[in-house]
Ligand binder design. Structure first.
Ligand code: FEO
Length: 400
């Protein structure tokens, strides 16, 4: 049975939703599932924009057949060749042997690497090239490193539709609600959108900035991403989020408190600091135990907030491993410009705070340390209260 939705009178969503996959890219939890979006244009020529992950290939084929009826498929535009979108290309090519494949040179190289023989069916396009499918004219623009090097985006100049590849995507299955105005995005989707962006594309902020600059010159009415809702209203809201994320600018003045605690004593210090922030009227903070919070969530929150407090026990004379992983992820995703405060704990040789501070200063870029390193010796005592007050004051002051 097919499952399609109209985007416009002659453009159809023909993708699929996946609730069975627990880890996207086999690393990021997706409890709300994920959609793999594919779009089919029925102009004088018929055009498929991207395919889907192998897990929903059957659905894609049924959907294409339902929309095409007895028409043939003329073109397949591949904006992104990563297997969550490109894996079903071979099956589509087998079923519609007259279809030509339109993509970048780099994508054709990748198709070969993944074992797809395109041969004479390939049409290579580059920045600024255009094609007409009848009423619809499209132009192509490179979106290299958003999120792979072969990526391009396609702009339908006739109807103002941007096929944006991974850009403007989100984790979360659509479950029938295709458009952003059919959901409460700011309530139900933004956290997953942030987690998707920061963990999947977050490293490539400068390339996203380039794409946003190109997009500024276009009269975009609809954005069709490869994951998550199609945007047909309030586009500025989502563009603004991407502008902030890709400039590594915090969305909010607020504090992420992430603690790594073995027996609860480091946690107590983190909680005591949180209470002191609340007492000072600073209520925009979130507290996370890094041992039971997936690092993709910690990363998303570190992109969201201006301040980050890291509280870690010393472990094997180092930083607690999951806290160290979090720091390494911040480095890998090129997070910059945050204000850090550090709490360490150790029973005979507290060391984690010094190591965390060194990591922040030497391995991360343009970070600032707020307040003095706060040391706990095994458990928090009342004689440390004034010192903790001073740290809370410094954090609050840094957000003014
Ligand atoms: Fe959704 Fe970069 O693939």
């Amino acid at each position: 049975m097919y499952c399609v939705r109209k985007v416009t009178d002659d453009l159809f969503w023909v993708g699929g939703n996946d609730h069975r996959l627990s880890l996207f890219e086999n690393i990021h939890p997706i409890p709300r599932g994920v959609s793999y979006n594919s779009y089919l244009l029925t102009d004088e020529k018929t055009v498929l924009f991207d395919t889907v992950d192998w897990s929903v290939c059957r659905q894609l084929i049924d959907n294409i057949k339902a929309v095409l009826g007895d028409r043939d498929l003329d073109y397949i535009v591949i904006n992104h060749m990563e297997p969550d979108h490109g894996a079903s290309l071979e099956e589509v090519l087998i079923r519609w042997p007259n279809a030509k494949v339109v993509s970048t040179d780099k994508a054709f190289t990748m198709m070969k690497q993944f074992g797809f023989e395109i041969g004479e069916r390939g049409i290579s396009v580059k920045e600024g090239d255009s094609l007409s499918f009848g009423r619809h004219n499209v132009t192509f623009a490179s979106a290299a490193m958003v999120h792979w090097p072969e990526v391009m985006v396609t702009f339908d100049t006739t109807d103002g539709i941007l096929f944006s590849a991974d850009a403007f995507g989100s984790f979360g299955a659509l479950d029938g609600k295709l458009f952003n105005d059919e959901v409460d995005f700011d309530r139900d989707w933004i956290d997953d959108a942030r987690r998707y962006y920061t963990n999947i594309v977050g490293k490539y902020g400068s390339f996203v900035q380039k794409l946003l600059k190109k997009a500024q010159s276009l009269d975009i009415k609809i954005i069709c991403p490869l994951h998550g809702p199609v945007w047909r209203s309030n586009i500025g809201y989502f563009v603004d989020k991407h502008d902030k994320w890709s400039r590594y600018e915090p969305e909010e003045k607020g504090v992420l408190i992430a603690y790594a605690s073995m027996y609860g004593n480091t946690e107590t210090a983190a909680q005591a600091l949180a209470s002191k922030l609340a007492e000072r009227g600073c209520l925009n903070y979130r507290v996370y135990d890094v041992s039971n919070t997936h690092v993709s969530t910690l990363i998303a929150e570190s992109f969201k907030y201006s301040n980050i407090v890291l509280a870690s026990v010393t472990y094997n004379m180092g930083i607690f491993p999951v806290m160290h992983d979090f720091l390494e992820d911040m480095k890998a995703l090129c997070l910059t410009g945050r204000k850090f405060s550090v709490i360490e704990n150790g029973t005979w040789a507290p060391k984690s705070g010094t190591l965390i501070t060194d990591f922040i200063n030497n391995d991360l870029k343009s970070m600032e340390i707020i307040g003095n390193k706060f040391t706990v010796n095994s458990s928090l005592k009342t004689d440390k209260e004034a010192e903790l007050d001073a740290l809370a004051d410094a954090i609050v002051e840094s957000m003014k």
